[in-house]
Design a protein around this ligand. Structure first.
Ligand SMILES: NC(=O)c1ccc[n+]([C@@H]2O[C@H](COP(=O)([O-])OP(=O)(O)OC[C@H]3O[C@@H](n4cnc5c(N)ncnc54)[C@H](O)[C@@H]3O)[C@@H](O)[C@H]2O)c1
Length: 317
């Protein structure tokens, strides 16, 4: 339902044509807000937001967050950044610039407008963790010169900037550390395990597992994650984060492959390839903070989320 005029906000979402950004915009629009989506379409696509084009409360602007932006808005969500290794390693210098300069430009805007700003940070700030599961007070184990560093260190520096703008300039910040998320509108060629398995199964190719498949990941369904974003933004100003948002339920890659094979009915094999460098062996969020401060827990079970995702990819393939 459209909001009453007084409670309607103008909201900037950077990276809004991407997977998570487009779902966030849908939820903000459903709440009756006006949304400006700024995206350079590096990994995002207009298809993710095309259903909004005739809506007078929606605007798209092609913009690179490495450049400053002059706008009047009530709230900023910074999601602009390629998120999967194939995309962020394509131009690693640009990836670091996007995280660091993007954060500086948008924090500058939030400072001038005195408005809250959300940062899509990542579980990758924990690197290849030595403690398990990861709590927000764990400082991480990141290789600063590895091929993933452009993303991991870029996001770590962005967090530093968020907290320094908060301490030094009183900017109202909200920092979420997002763990692996999946769902409709994921990029079909992002090289991430869920999209890989599903597209391979649907096109009758063998599923590729890197390493022996005993490494674990936790997967959060996109609707759950966006619910967590909104709760964090709505929480009192003192709740700045960083807060982990993800699903703590762990699966091995072998278990995930089995589920995808079951749900798609594909008659293909699983093949193994060497593990990429710096690939974390295990990653699982401790979501105690999100539960206590935001009253948030993910609800969608893996089979249900996979079904929605498979339906989306089936239509796409
Ligand atoms: N999906 C996940 O599992 C996950 C996990 C951790 C963190 N995140 C973070 O969430 C955010 C969104 O991720 P996603 O999965 O939707 O990825 P995505 O690639 O689908 O979306 C990122 C969007 O940012 C845009 N973009 C990239 N560089 C830009 C730039 N310089 N200027 C303007 N726009 C730019 C892309 O075109 C794309 O639309 C990212 O910041 C990512 O690091 C995602």
């Amino acid at each position: 339902m459209p909001r009453l005029y007084e409670s309607r906000k103008r909201i900037l979402v950077t990276g809004g044509a991407g997977f998570l950004g487009s779902h966030l915009i849908d939820r903000l629009m459903a709440q009756g807000h006006e949304v400006i989506c700024a995206d350079n379409l590096f990994t995002g696509t207009k298809r993710n937001i095309e259903h909004l084009h005739n809506n007078p409360r929606f605007e798209f602007m092609r913009h690179d967050v490495c450049n400053p932006l002059k706008l009047e808005v009530d709230e900023i969500w910074n999601l602009a950044c390629p998120a999967s290794p194939v995309h962020y390693q394509y131009n690693p210098v640009l990836t670091t610039k996007t995280s660091v300069m993007g954060a500086m430009n948008l924090l500058g805007l939030a400072k001038r407008l005195r408005c809250p700003i959300f940062q899509a940070s990542t579980s990758e700030v924990y690197g290849d963790p030595e403690v398990h599961p990861q709590r927000e007070d764990y400082w991480g184990h990141v290789n600063p010169i590895g091929t993933r560093a452009c993303y991991d260190e870029g996001k770590r520096c962005a967090e530093t900037l968020f907290f320094d703008y908060h301490r030094q300039h009183g900017v109202k910040i909200k920092v979420a550390r997002i763990f692996n998320t999946y769902g409709p509108r994921m990029h079909p060629r992002d090289g991430r395990v869920v999209s890989n398995f599903i597209t391979q199964a649907l096109s009758g190719e063998d599923l590729t597992i890197y390493g022996d498949g005993s490494q674990t990941r936790s997967f959060c369904y996109v609707d759950d994650l966006i619910g967590g974003f909104l709760k964090l933004m709505d929480a009192p100003e003192s709740v700045t984060g960083p807060v982990n948002l993800g699903n703590p339920h762990e699966f091995t890659m072998i278990e995930l492959a089995d589920r995808v094979l079951n749900l798609t009915g594909a008659k293909v094999k699983v093949v193994h390839q060497p593990l990429p460098s710096d690939d974390p062996k295990q990653r699982r969020p401790d979501i105690t903070l999100a539960r206590e401060k935001l009253g948030w827990v993910p609800k969608v079970e893996l089979p249900e989320g996979l079904r929605h995702t498979i339906d989306y990819f089936r239509a796409l393939v």
